[in-house]
Design a protein around this ligand. Structure first.
Ligand code: HEC
Length: 147
């Protein structure tokens, strides 16, 4: 218990600073990562497209894994469904399970062998959740810290 709560505070603390350590800690305890912001949202966004480092990592992961090949550059769906719609109903646990194991028979690849995706799955969720909530209004985001 103690170890778990220590880990999650580390994750939160690191997530706020956006350091590389956050990614390493996250990999060790993906389920322990809680929403990082006071408003309970896992992302922070200003003007619809300037995001915190955590969410920015999610966007970069989306790009690197090329999820857009199937889900569209704006997450609105192509071969795969619209993730803007999906994340309104899919829980975070379901999201993680779907990515980890995929749904190979239905054309969704599994990502468990892909460290880029698995180490940043919470950040990826944060970015996509922001898109689904309508809070991130542009699919292409920029770092808030660049201001
Ligand atoms: C080769 C095409 C392809 C790629 C690449 C792909 N997906 Fe999918 N994805 C699909 C298909 C097809 C489905 C629908 C499966 C089904 O019918 O249940 C799906 C389903 C999903 C779902 C569940 C949606 C729901 O409503 O249940 C999520 C979440 C998802 N994908 C996220 C991602 C993410 C994030 C990435 C990148 C890491 C990604 N996908 C990459 C094809 C793809």
């Amino acid at each position: 218990m103690f170890r778990n709560s220590l880990l999650s505070s580390l994750v939160i603390a690191c997530a706020l600073t956006g350091s590389a350590v956050a990614i390493a800690q996250d990999a060790a305890a993906p389920a322990a990562a809680a929403p990082v912001n006071a408003d309970g949202k896992p992302y922070k966004v200003v003007d619809g497209f300037k995001v915190d480092d955590y969410t920015m990592t999610g966007f970069r992961t989306w790009r690197q894994a090329a999820c857009d090949r199937c889900h569209g550059a704006n997450q609105e769906g192509m071969v795969g469904p619209s993730l803007v719609e999906s994340l309104k109903v899919l829980s975070k646990d379901e999201f993680i399970t779907t990515l980890t194991n995929g749904r190979p028979e239905k054309g969704m690849p599994q990502w468990k062998e892909n460290p880029t995706v698995m180490n940043n799955i919470n950040q990826l969720y944060a970015y996509l959740k922001g898109r689904s909530d309508g809070a991130i209004t542009k699919s292409k985001v920029v770092p808030l810290s660049a201001e």
